[in-house]
Ligand binder design. Structure first.
Ligand SMILES: Cc1cc2nc3c(=O)[nH]c(=O)nc-3n(C[C@H](O)[C@H](O)[C@H](O)COP(=O)(O)OP(=O)(O)OC[C@H]3O[C@@H](n4cnc5c(N)ncnc54)[C@H](O)[C@@H]3O)c2cc1C
Length: 362
């Protein structure tokens, strides 16, 4: 049996562990932190969507990612964890007509399910809003998931199928013999492996570059605010000009502190996060007139965004694989399915071809 080591227990590594263990592979997950979802996956907005995309191949991969999440919900613990996902749909609007129409036309051209709704329809769909926009796009197939809870559930399901989970075990290098992978180094210790998948998020370049595989990453800090729970206010994910927003099952509002956060190009961590939080609380209180909100926790994570913004997923050399991406919540389920098939030589997935992780090699 192939010995497969996955480096990183974020959502991407966990999804891979689940699908590979389910397929009968001998899987070990190495995680540098003391718990799963220690980095980006623990601080994500968790929106599963294809309305943000950089090119057509990226859009289609994201659409496939949404379908793969539904399969994951079916397969994970016999469907017993399906409550982690909320397939509420998204309401998306813009202040500027040109931006609104551009997005609507692009998505319609790609055949993405959507419906334009009037202001009064938005008011009926979201009665707690103090003021509805003039019009919005309703994107019915989009949803959200608590990425940290899903990571934990996937790792549990992988362990139930025999996967070994090691925490506090940072990989310090991938071992090669005769040009092929033979193991992973963890300081003075080592672990034999036939296949190694690097799913270490922003830390992936430190493992890949010494092997001759450059993986430039964009510096993309992401700050996310969670409020104390409040009574149900929101039924859908909202993507508004200055704010993405959703409410989780516990009643907390979850708010990235950057407008259109997935497309955010900010490179430095905010100098005054307290001011950003105060401004966001004021913005949200104005959105739902009369509702008092209190921040619960605010977290910063560096999002794993490869240099051209697109995922870096696939083979690099004999036994060596990369799975590094932003919008990794949207993409984790499809990447896990596709890489499982490729690693176990059960078929290549053509939709991954545009995201070849070796593309940064000169
Ligand atoms: C504020 C914010 C909002 C976001 N919103 C969305 C969204 O709405 N939709 C969406 O699809 N995506 C979103 N993302 C992006 C998404 O969360 C990430 O793309 C995804 O979580 C990446 O998962 P990952 O497993 O690849 O990386 P990570 O979650 O970063 O996990 C990598 C893991 O590898 C471990 N590791 C690192 N180095 C080593 C090593 N040497 N050895 C062992 N372990 C190691 C780390 O400790 C970490 O646990 C958001 C991200 C942020 C920060």
């Amino acid at each position: 049996m192939q010995r497969i080591v996955i480096i990183g227990a974020g959502l991407v590594g966990a999804a891979l562990a689940f699908r590979l263990a389910e397929a009968g592979a001998e899987v070990t997950v190495l995680e540098a932190g003391m718990q799963p979802a220690a980095e980006a996956s623990g601080r994500s907005f968790g929106w599963i969507n294809a309305s943000f995309f950089l090119n057509e191949a990226h859009h289609h991969l994201r659409v496939a990612g949404m379908a793969a999440h539904r399969r994951m919900a079916r397969d994970l613990m016999g469907g017993g964890m399906a409550g982690l996902w909320h397939w509420s749909g998204c309401l998306w609007w813009e202040d500027e007509d040109a931006a609104f129409e551009g997005q609507a036309q692009d998505l319609a051209r790609l055949g993405y399910p959507l419906r334009e709704v009037t202001g009064s329809e938005v008011a009926a769909l979201e009665p707690a809003l103090a003021a509805a926009p003039r019009r919005a796009l309703f994107l019915p197939q989009e949803g959200a998931v608590d990425a940290a809870a899903l990571t934990r559930a996937l790792l549990q399901a992988a362990a139930d199928r025999g996967a070994a989970l090691w925490f506090g075990m940072g990989a310090t290098g991938v071992l090669m013999r005769g040009g092929a992978v033979c193991g992973v180094r963890m300081g003075a210790a080592s672990l034999a492996a036939d296949q190694v998948i690097v799913a270490a998020g922003t830390a992936a370049p430190a493992l890949l570059e010494p092997l001759g595989y450059p993986l430039p990453m964009l510096p993309r800090p992401g700050l996310i605010l969670r409020t104390r729970p409040v009574a149900p206010l929101l039924r859908h994910i909202l993507a508004m000009p200055g704010q993405d927003l959703r409410q989780d099952a516990a009643g907390r509002l979850i708010a990235p502190l950057a407008a259109h956060h997935q497309a955010d190009r900010g490179e430095t961590a905010p100098q005054d996060p307290a001011a950003l939080v105060a401004a966001a609380i004021a913005r949200l209180e104005a959105l739902f007139a009369g509702v008092a909100l209190r921040p619960d926790a605010t977290a910063l994570a560096w999002r794993p965004v490869p240099g051209d913004g697109l995922p870096a997923v696939g083979p690099l050399g004999p036994g060596l694989w990369a799975a590094v991406m932003h919008s990794g919540v949207t993409l984790a389920a499809i990447v896990a399915e596709a890489l499982t098939a490729a690693v176990l030589e059960r078929g290549a997935e053509p939709m991954l071809a545009p995201f070849d992780p070796a593309r940064f090699r000169i």
